[in-house]
Design a protein around this ligand. Structure first.
Ligand code: MG
Length: 254
């Protein structure tokens, strides 16, 4: 027993040491798409992100003219349809770069429902007009609740209207803000759980690392694809790095 005890203690300390080093988590930006058969925001990109075991897979959400939630990054499709001016039926006929149709959010979330490895990092895009900026939050929170996946999602947004509405409707959810125009202290005051700022924004406001930590906010930095910037942020012990190169970041975190 005397011999086993120090060994157990050593093992426990080692595990604690590893977890302290691995504080930074990988978020695959628009899923893991830089690989065979995948494309940004495709259901395949989510499945590939789960396969490589990242902490989170990010996706972008818009409302169509008939108030249906779909997954796409740009305000327009590759074939030039403006999402907000078209019906879901029209939009979902458009293809992504890998030939998949633009997914409905319900189908996308359902594809990520039956796994526990990877969080769905849902970005609600800034909609035109106040009412739609609130509606996109309401419809998404309802969908997540109906699917019973509250513990599998985190929210991010550039729209303070949408973010505030998310906090009101889902007070236990993680909600982080993407735009550089509020300080960590101001966002904490408003009920946000994290900042999710660009690398350049954080360069301009280096004191926000400490301010966010002091407030108890998580720190996510985007979109970081260069090794030296990843190493810098790992050294700063940020909570998340959002990247187009999740394999490189995983390698650096080993
Ligand atoms: Mg996004």
């Amino acid at each position: 027993m005397k011999k086993i005890f120090p060994l157990l203690l050593f093992t426990t300390l080692s595990v604690a040491g590893i977890s302290a080093q691995s504080k930074t988590h990988v978020i695959a930006h628009r899923g893991y798409w830089d690989c065979e058969g995948s494309a940004e925001n495709s259901i395949t990109s989510l499945k590939k992100a789960v396969e490589i075991g990242v902490y989170g897979s990010e996706l972008d959400v818009w409302l169509t003219k008939d108030s249906v939630l779909i997954v796409n990054h740009n305000p327009t499709t590759l074939d030039g349809l403006k999402v907000e001016d078209c019906t879901a039926e029209q939009i979902c006929k458009s293809k992504l770069k890998n030939g998949e149709n633009i997914p409905l959010l319900i189908d996308y979330l359902s594809a990520g429902k039956n796994q526990d490895k990877t969080k769905l990092i849902i970005e609600l895009k800034e909609q035109t007009g106040l009412e739609k900026q609130k509606l996109i939050a309401r419809k998404t929170v309802d969908m997540v609740k109906n699917l019973g996946i509250e513990d599998k999602v985190e929210y991010i947004t550039f729209s303070i209207i949408t973010g505030d509405e998310l906090i009101r409707l889902a007070p236990n959810a993680k909600v982080a803000y993407l735009s550089c125009n509020y300080s960590p202290a101001e966002l904490k005051q408003k009920g946000y759980t994290g900042i999710d700022f660009s690398y350049l924004c954080m360069k301009k406001h280096p004191h926000w690392y400490d301010e966010a930590k002091a407030c108890g906010l998580t720190i996510n930095v985007w979109t970081v694809n260069k090794k030296d910037q990843m190493l810098e942020l790992i050294d700063k012990k940020v909570d998340y790095i959002t990247t187009n190169d999740p394999l490189l970041l995983q390698e650096l975190l080993k």
